[in-house]
Design a protein around this ligand. Structure first.
Ligand code: BES
Ligand code: MN
Ligand code: MN
Length: 462
């Protein structure tokens, strides 16, 4: 079927580019119509690709696209999950080309070219691989199993309305496994399958000093500046060894065995290349753990944004009344997001000096997830990648979060397999996000192989 991809690749890319032009930024209320349009777009493309039915299902927030192709109820069913919403594109000025005007450019890691646009890799480009894989299988009448598609529009802002949708549609979503392409591979010549995602706690803190902004000469030195105080409080959340100081934070963290860690240490990784790519002279993280471990099996805490006071051009002498920060924590098994939120709030209030008041507001969160590596679906993904890349894939634990994956297991009793095709260097959530043409086409080639191997393995099991 490879030649079908070769013959049609220009059209596949052109269609994806059309979709990428729609700025489906889910967190931005002013983009509501664009988000809706992006949903309609993929619904129509799924219909053209050959699903029996497709629907844009309204929710209290952005819609969920549901589609299915039932070839034979006796065959296994794979539910494909992905998202058509994207992160905000700012800061715009750091993009070399406008985020919603896709262009193809060659890069060192993508000599065949990469599509530069917000959402190209995360996750429209990866969802579109599934649409085109379906088109191709349908064309050749080679759909080995039943397929269901659930493409949501709120992944990047917490998937608030997916849980009620899943709970209300358990029958419709019935499947044997969930296939997700929203992660990455190690390199284009080192295929890999992700074996886990970290959980997440995302919150916002507000520190209030005096009841109004003050003249920093008249009052400065005698009244706590909430920005200074917030910085001190934040700085104290990690010690010099990179450990998080919130009491109880690590209590439930699953510790890997020496064997498991030795296995992880075999993952191909170059610290020099890593530092070079990021233009840093050194890495920083929890003492006693490797960079790979720090970004996968260990939890962490990061400030995502901090503001307050005067930030416009020029100078204004002010002792501000308020300071704010957005803080996220990445969780690992068996940390519970509600418990970690509570520990954070308690600690953050405890370390606040009497000179300020502190408020903590919770945004979204999610549980960590680890996929079994001895399952049929993991085997099928490995076989599919081995067939398309000509190389056995490496299992890798990922550091990102797809909070809904744990929920699928809880509500639907179905496990997920993470077969993504992005590269860490594709700059998801950053300016100049891109997705390799090679990766896009490789995904289209690999996905049908997953269905083939999965269906065969399921049949053998009976
Ligand atoms: N696709 C990413 C998650 C991801 C990226 C997993 C790379 C593994 C490797 C997803 O769209 C994402 O960005 N998730 C958010 C969480 C969400 C609640 C905003 C994240 O990880 O920050
Ligand atoms: Mn994603
Ligand atoms: Mn994302």
């Amino acid at each position: 079927m490879k030649s079908y991809i070769e013959e049609n690749q220009d059209r596949f890319i052109a269609e994806l580019i059309e979709w990428l032009k729609i700025p489906s930024v889910s967190t931005d209320a002013s983009k509501k119509q664009d988000v809706q349009n992006a949903a309609e777009f993929v619904k129509n493309k799924l219909l053209e690709a050959g699903v029996d039915k497709a629907e844009v299902c309204p929710t209290a927030g952005h819609p969920i696209v549901y589609a299915e192709k039932i070839v034979n109820p006796a065959l296994p069913t794979v539910l494909v999950y992905g998202h058509y919403d994207v992160q905000p594109a700012d800061p715009y000025e750091l993009w070399d080309s406008p985020p919603f005007e896709p262009v193809i450019k060659k890069t060192e890691l993508h000599p065949q070219g990469a599509i530069f646009a917000r959402g190209s890799c995360d996750d429209k480009g990866q969802v579109y691989m599934h649409v085109k894989a379906l088109e191709m299988m349908n064309k050749f009448n080679q759909i080995p199993c039943n397929l269901k598609f659930m493409i949501e529009g709120e992944e990047e802002c917490g998937s608030d309305n997916l849980e009620p949708f899943v709970k209300a549609n358990k029958d419709r979503l019935k499947a044997d496994v969930i296939l997700i392409s929203d992660t990455g591979i190690i390199a284009n010549d080192i295929p890999s399958v992700e074996t886990g995602l970290r959980g997440l706690c995302y919150l916002e803190v507000e520190v209030t000093g005096p009841n109004r902004d003050l003249h920093s000469g008249v009052y400065g030195g005698a009244v706590a500046n909430p920005i200074n105080t917030l910085c001190q409080m934040i700085a104290s959340l990690k010690d010099e060894k990179g450990c998080i100081t919130i009491p109880g934070f690590y209590d439930k963290v699953v510790i890997l065995s020496t064997e498991e860690r030795a296995e992880m240490a075999k993952t191909p990784f170059s610290l020099d290349a890593y530092k070079k790519d990021l233009d840093i002279d050194d890495v920083f993280g929890e003492e006693g753990f490797s960079t790979i471990e720090r970004t996968s099996i260990r939890p962490t805490l990061d400030v995502n944004g901090i503001w307050g006071g005067y930030t416009q051009p020029g100078a204004k002498t002010v002792l501000p009344s308020k300071a704010y920060a957005k803080i996220s924590m990445r969780l690992v098994p068996n940390q519970h997001p509600d418990e970690i939120n509570a520990l954070f709030e308690k600690h953050f209030k405890a370390i606040a000096p009497k000179s300020v008041k502190v408020e903590v507001r919770f945004h979204h969160g999610g549980f960590p997830y680890v996929t079994p590596t001895d399952s049929l679906e993991f085997k099928a993904a490995s076989m599919a990648l081995e067939e398309s890349f000509g190389k056995k894939p490496v299992p890798t634990r990922g550091g990102g979060s797809i909070p809904i994956v744990a929920l699928f297991e809880k509500e639907l009793g179905v496990k997920s397999v993470l077969m993504g095709f992005g590269l860490d260097s594709d700059a998801i959530h950053s300016p100049n996000e891109h997705f390799g043409v090679f990766n896009f086409l490789k995904g289209i080639e690999t996905i049908p192989l997953f269905y083939k191997h999965y269906t065969n393995l399921m049949a053998q099991q009976l």
